[in-house]
Ligand binder design. Structure first.
Ligand code: PEP
Ligand code: MN
Length: 454
């Protein structure tokens, strides 16, 4: 896109960035004091960018490659990050887990893997109900650390705009560590064994060790041939979160000096959730005006007409890499509801990237009251997603998962066979259940196999 030609064009562009204020905006907190919110907004608007527009463009190119089947997207991290868990150990374990999964996928499928964390900004959550009732007491629902506190008392649950500032600073600290880990030698492929250290021994880890030995041997071979490339020493790791809190996202939207166009500089990739993808809503409008790569979640109620209209709103020019659709249909629905959507996009000739989120359509409450998912359902949805694309001759381009590098017990099954009764052992999520380290690796091995067969 060219810079705006005149001052009038530039001011129209800026004005457009606030059009969403006149539109219905789902899932926004009831901020109690407009004056405090205005102060916070002004402060945020003065902070430096967390990511650079050029990096967003680079990610866009890689997503375009994934849409063509020349790369594969791996996007993973917590359902909801919390301020308290933004510690070196937790962040490192998550990065290691994603790096390990990426190596398994790259090796198994001989495809470059585009690595994106649900990290460094995933501090707000859409909720099914605006309030929560416990023992007859009704309070605002927990909407993520960027909005209110998880503790169940009136003060803690009252939305506090100052939390948006903390969300920015915690994102900044997390990104700093992420950049250090991925550029400072830790992500060097010669460390491929190192990433497996510190995790409990498991069949998935053992399988990973075998693969890591193969990679080691190949690396030594390449070095001996003089092919010791820089590309093996550092990794590009991008950040993403749901663009939910419009005041935050607007304050972090800036005009890029290179192109004179707006970018959201709070993350490389932003996505619009299943609950906020209304065509005439505020979220779609704000995201239509920034030049980052954008993703949209699609649940089982999405229609082909809606999907084509979303393309028209978010990517009218058909720019490769601009738009990703994240399918989250549920294992038992994917074969029936996904094909008409993919087919409509294929017929329209639009270059979108199709990604599978096998988590959000497969959540249920266990007999003992935990929100959970079955590893087998997760796998079944991924398999269904691949089958739909195989049937239509389209590209299954990526995987979007909720995971942690820690040994939590939040999802059922996997080869360590977590049962209902085990959920209580280490159930730590503030929102949706995540695959633990071992389940994440297992998933990567299974998906690598499917990719290899593609
Ligand atoms: C999420 O990604 O955590 C989420 C809430 O997903 P969805 O919008 O698909 O329900
Ligand atoms: Mn979630």
């Amino acid at each position: 896109m060219q810079p705006p030609a005149s001052d009038t064009a530039a001011s129209a562009l800026l004005e457009g960035l606030d059009s969403w204020r006149e539109m219905p905006a789902a899932q926004q907190p009831d901020w109690p004091d407009p004056a405090v919110l205005a102060d916070v907004r002004a402060e945020l608007a003065g902070y430096p960018p967390l990511v650079f527009a050029g990096e967003c463009d680079q990610l866009k190119e890689r997503l375009a490659a994934a849409a063509r089947g020349e790369a594969f997207l791996l996007q993973g991290g917590d359902c909801a990050e919390t301020f308290g868990e933004a510690t070196a150990d937790r962040i490192r374990n998550k990065i290691k887990t994603v790096l390990q999964m990426a190596v398994v996928l790259t090796y198994g499928a001989s495809l470059p893997v585009v690595k994106v964390g649900r990290m460094a900004g995933q501090y707000s959550k859409p909720r099914t109900t605006p309030t929560e009732i416990r023992d007859g007491v009704e309070l605002p629902a927990y909407r993520g650390d960027a909005v209110n506190d998880y503790a169940f008392d009136a003060a803690a649950r009252t939305p506090d705009p100052h939390r948006l500032l903390r969300a920015y600073h915690t994102s900044s600290a997390t990104l700093n560590l992420l950049r250090a880990f991925t550029k400072g030698g830790f992500a060097d492929l010669r460390q491929v064994h190192e990433w497996n250290r510190g995790f409990v021994t498991s069949p998935a880890n053992a399988r990973y060790e075998v693969l890591a030995r193969d990679i080691d041997r190949a690396m030594r071979f390449m070095a001996a041939c003089g092919g010791d490339s820089e590309a093996l020493r550092t990794v590009d790791f991008y950040s993403s979160h749901e663009a939910l809190l419009l005041e935050y996202e607007r304050a972090l939207t800036r005009i890029d000096s290179r192109t004179g166009t707006p970018y959201n500089v709070s993350a490389h990739l932003l996505w619009i959730g299943e609950r906020t993808r209304q065509l005439d809503g505020a979220h779609v409008d704000l995201m239509s005006r920034v030049r980052n790569p954008i993703a949209v979640k699609l649940g089982p109620s999405a229609t082909p007409e809606e999907v084509l209209a979303l393309i028209e709103r978010l990517d009218p020019a058909g720019e490769p890499g601009r738009l990703t659709f994240v399918s989250r249909m549920g294992a038992d629905r994917v074969a029936e509801v996904l094909p008409p959507l993919v087919e409509a996009v294929r017929v329209a000739g639009k270059p979108v990237l199709w990604v599978c989120d096998p988590m959000h359509g497969n959540t249920f409450e266990s007999g003992n009251g935990y929100k959970t998912r079955r590893f087998d359902d997760v796998m079944a949805e991924v398999r269904g997603f691949f089958e739909v694309h195989a049937g239509l001759g389209t590209v299954p381009g990526g995987l979007h998962v909720e995971l942690t590098g820690d040994d939590v017990t939040e999802c059922l099954g996997g080869s360590e066979q977590i049962h209902d009764g085990d959920l209580a052992t280490r159930y730590e999520t503030r929102c949706d259940p995540r695959l633990n380290h071992q389940q994440s690796l297992e998933l990567a091995f299974l998906v690598a196999q499917m990719l290899g067969e593609r």
